[in-house]
Design a protein around this ligand. Structure first.
Ligand SMILES: NC(=O)c1ccc[n+]([C@@H]2O[C@H](COP(=O)([O-])OP(=O)(O)OC[C@H]3O[C@@H](n4cnc5c(N)ncnc54)[C@H](OP(=O)(O)O)[C@@H]3O)[C@@H](O)[C@H]2O)c1
Length: 362
């Protein structure tokens, strides 16, 4: 019988995802590198099975997977640790869902599209707050304005706090190349190349451009799209600071010894596996995702705003939903898929709504 395998179960997002899966009635195999931590987690969750695997020993994960299984992985930073899980899923003919927000890793997953199709695997990358709601909001806006050639998506949070794993992943991306959709093609471009304002529920908020999954996913259903930009909301001064920082990082990245030294320093000082915001902090967080479909950025043809809460709870809930749906025949295709192509627009919309993110009318 195909099963759900959750890799990274003892991490911050992994534990939330394990709880969400169990709440859905699933009994996922909880996988991590620490047997004692896995046993404790399983006991807290009513006794789902456990198994030990380590990215340093890729065969240990591959041995747990069979054709038709669904591998959910939260083992990050993905640029450092993600590849073994991706390869294990494709090699087994299993479906694959990850929680990455790292643009260069998203690009790696979409490059495995052909291999995944041949293997009968569906690859669902960045299936968390980054970047499911933006794909959904963009697809809803494009349904209202199918002739649009441009989409701008902005992600905005109020009162967020971050996990150690998120900080480690952001640090690991500092010297990596970003991308954007230009002339219908995903094109290298530094993160932070653009800064722009959005109207977010009546308030002007500033975002800085980042590489997301929307750049790869939206053109499948909308091949006439020429331009896609994704923005991360930051206070204006921080957005400009990040823009300058990203240019300095790009310069430093061209000097290999300096880059390696700085990367090693960041890896030592900004660590994952250090927990994240507690339930009270998560309950205080609010967020909005705005998608504008247009023929130029000044005059939107359609705007869709989704409003919701904490990104970690959403990530856990939507990954648990996707794993359950994938296990039960809900996938519409194989290969590297965006969230809409994987499940269909209305089905995804219902799942995102059930996970606490709803369309803001007004
Ligand atoms: N897309 C989104 O919106 C979104 C939302 C949440 C998180 N994320 C991303 O998801 C990732 C995880 O975040 P997090 O907050 O859960 O971070 P975390 O607490 O640091 O979790 C990382 C997990 O990776 C595991 N790990 C590290 N090295 C390993 C190895 N050699 N073999 C096996 N497992 C290993 C850790 O194991 P131990 O438990 O044994 O330490 C831990 O379970 C990060 O990349 C983060 O950016 C994205």
């Amino acid at each position: 019988m195909p099963k759900i395998v959750l890799f990274g179960a003892t991490g911050y997002t992994g534990r939330l995802t394990a709880e969400a899966l169990v709440a859905q009635g699933e009994s996922p195999v909880l996988v991590g590198r620490d047997a004692a931590a896995l046993e404790k987690l399983a006991a807290d969750l009513g006794g789902p099975p456990t198994a030990v695997a380590d990215v340093a020993k890729p065969a240990s994960l591959r041995a747990l997977l069979e054709r038709g299984d669904v591998l959910v992985t939260t083992v990050g930073p993905f640029l450092r640790y993600g590849e073994p899980a991706l390869s294990a899923a494709i090699s087994a003919g299993a479906h694959y869902i990850d929680s990455t927000g790292e643009g260069p890793f998203i690009s790696t997953v979409f490059k495995r599209d052909g291999q995944a199709r041949a293997a009968g695997s569906a690859l669902l990358t960045a299936f968390g707050f980054d970047y499911v709601p933006g794909n959904l909001a963009a697809a809803l806006a494009l349904r209202e304005a199918p002739a649009a050639t441009r989409v701008d998506v902005g992600y905005f949070m109020q009162g967020p706090s971050t996990s150690g794993g998120t900080r480690a992943s952001v640090a690991g991306m500092l010297f990596e190349q970003g991308f954007a959709l230009r002339d219908g093609k995903v094109t290298p471009e530094p993160a932070g190349a653009h800064v722009r304002d959005f109207d977010v529920v009546g308030k002007t908020r500033t975002g800085v451009s980042v590489p997301g999954s929307e750049h790869f996913a939206l053109t499948r259903s909308h091949p006439t799209l020429r331009t896609v930009d994704v923005y991360l909301g930051l206070p204006p001064a921080a957005a400009r600071g990040l823009q300058i920082g990203s240019r300095l990082a790009a310069l430093a990245g061209q000097l290999p010894p300096l880059r390696h030294g700085l990367e090693a320093l960041l890896e030592r000082t900004i660590k994952g596996s250090t927990g994240g915001p507690d339930a009270r902090a998560r309950a205080r967080t609010r967020g909005w995702v705005v998608a504008q479909a247009s023929n130029n950025s000044e005059n939107p043809l359609a705007t869709v705003t989704l409003a919701g809460g904490d990104p970690y709870t959403f990530t856990a809930d939507i990954m648990a939903w996707a794993a359950h749906a994938a296990l039960n025949g809900g996938l519409l295709d194989t290969g590297a898929l965006g969230p809409v192509d994987a499940f269909g627009l209305d089905t995804l919309n219902d799942a995102v709504t059930a996970s606490g993110w709803q369309r803001h009318e007004g």
